[in-house]
Design a protein around this ligand. Structure first.
Ligand code: NAD
Length: 469
């Protein structure tokens, strides 16, 4: 049976060949049109996010709108520089030739997004994709229907279907899309689905960027400012109800600062999320879990941990119908519990005390490489040790989550937490093929030395080159 998306793919394929030769100014026009639509429709975006995740307006402005507009602004400022062919030295061997690296559009791209930042995680890769001169088929999440519908409206308003198109749907539709020979697939989502995407991409040898999940550890050592760490972790973990890929997932803390950390965390939960003292279930600043299934998954994890002897340091109440779980901190964790082994992706944080930092390093190195690793310390020695001894997609010292929007840092995981990098120039590169273009002289060239027959002089040149070049 013919693939239901074949004709859309063919349409974009044709367009992508035209885009190869168009001037950069056209890419800028598309980015500007996208930006205007976003700025003119901020209210619609806020309403959609409130409907899907009960996000507050300002939270949507920061984490869904700004994150996309800043990518657009960065691309508009630097696109000419990113896209410019880079001339490289010929070295001695290639004297007389000229060579450059030309970033060229990959072609037709597929962008698949999750539900946790549903506007940003379609919008940001789309900016890189368009900046690099590609066409795109977007597959937003089925779990955030209001935002996904709005994305469809935005794309219909701003682009022609041969430039950018939206496919709504879930596993069946994505599976069909994945049969097509995309030039690049940019996937954001869970590690397990990431493996399915990479398997499907392998059939067509489509290149992939996989922005995946996992458990991002936090280490708080005895020299750390526990109060400062508590405020930052409370924000990073409980904002968006813990449904942030780089949210601190679990904590290793020195016994010496543990009590101070717990007391401060309790204080900051109220200060940040319930400043009007309405109660966590009523406050407008605390969003909700995406659906009842996800809420039940988290409650099961919580109850399993409690049964195994975990202490609830604060929080622990929930209401399934309201998709609500109170910000919760657990201690005394049994390491066989799912909460210690699986990505939590909700407002619950397990915490363990440590005595020897080598135990913490061993734990991190014996598990999947994290998307992010967070370290709170004042010790220069500790900063150096953890940076060198562990691997992670991103690492932040004395803060959490803020690395995401840094204009000049690549964002992404490593192995199980992801493949490839995004944001700014790194996103542009991910959607571009770095084509080598070598220009040779006509007639006499150095390469003639390597043509047979090999006389004594040529042999001497080759052995000289092996030794010195
Ligand atoms: P998910 O993997 O379940 O779904 C992501 C997308 O894949 C959705 O569009 C979905 O329709 C599609 N999909 C789901 N199952 C599929 C299948 N079997 N075949 C083909 N397509 C399929 O992820 P989610 O639950 O929407 O999002 C949460 C996950 O995303 C977490 O693990 C989180 O850490 C991760 N995440 C990572 C980043 C990052 O930048 N690294 C950002 C946000 C979220």
């Amino acid at each position: 049976m013919a693939n239901q998306f074949q004709s859309l793919f063919e349409l974009q394929k044709k367009k992508s060949l035209e885009l190869r030769t168009e001037p950069i100014v056209n890419r800028r026009k598309r980015l500007k049109a996208l930006k205007s639509w976003i700025l003119n429709n901020k209210d619609k975006i806020r309403k959609a996010l409130h409907s899907d995740l009960r996000k507050s307006e300002t939270d949507t402005d920061i984490t869904e709108i700004f994150t996309v507009t800043t990518e657009i602004n960065d691309a508009l400022s630097h696109l000419h520089q990113w896209a410019r062919p880079q001339h490289v030295s010929p070295g001695l061997t290639y004297l007389g030739t000229s060579a450059r690296i030309k970033p060229e559009p990959k072609g037709v791209c597929l962008i698949i997004a999750p539900w946790n930042f549903p506007f940003n995680l379609i919008g940001s890769p789309l900016v890189s994709c368009l900046a690099a001169g590609n066409t795109a088929i977007l597959k937003p999440s089925e779990h955030t229907p209001a935002t996904s519908e709005l994305i469809k409206e935005m794309v219909a308003d701003v682009f022609q279907p041969d430039e950018v198109a939206v496919v709504q749907g879930a596993v069946a539709e994505t599976t069909d899309l994945l049969e097509l020979p995309f030039d690049h697939i940019f996937f954001t989502g869970s590690t397990n689905v990431g493996k399915i995407i990479m398997g499907a991409a392998a059939k067509n040898l489509s290149s992939v960027t996989l922005e995946l999940g996992g458990k991002s550890p936090v280490i708080i050592d005895e020299t750390a400012n526990a109060d400062d760490a508590a405020r930052k972790i409370v924000w990073g973990r409980f904002n968006n109800n813990g449904q942030t890929c780089i949210a601190p997932d679990y904590i290793f803390i020195s016994e010496k600062v543990r009590d101070k950390f717990v007391a401060s965390a309790k204080k900051y939960i109220l200060q940040l999320f319930d400043s009007e003292n309405k109660g966590m279930a009523q406050t407008d600043d605390y969003s909700r879990l995406v659906n009842v299934g996800h809420t039940n998954r988290l409650i099961n994890m919580l109850e399993e941990a409690k049964k195994s002897g975990a202490n609830v340091e604060f929080g622990g109440t929930y209401n399934v119908d309201d998709k609500f779980i109170e910000p919760t901190l657990l201690s005394n964790i049994d390491e066989t519990n799912r909460i210690w082994k699986e990505e939590i992706f909700g407002p619950i944080v397990p915490m363990k005390t440590f005595e020897e930092i080598t135990d913490v390093i061993d734990h991190i190195n014996n598990n999947d490489k994290p998307l992010s690793l967070y370290l709170f310390t004042k010790s220069g020695k500790m900063k150096k040790r953890i940076t060198q001894a562990t691997s992670a997609g991103t690492m932040v010292i004395n803060d959490v989550v803020v690395q995401y929007a840094h204009p000049n840092l690549p964002f992404g995981g490593v192995n199980q937490s992801g493949i490839g990098k995004s944001h700014g120039k790194f996103g542009f590169m991910e959607f571009s093929n770095q084509k080598s273009v070598l220009s040779q002289r006509i007639g006499l060239t150095n390469a003639l030395l390597f043509y047979p027959p090999f006389n004594g002089f040529k042999k001497w040149v080759v052995s000289f080159m092996i030794k010195w070049f």
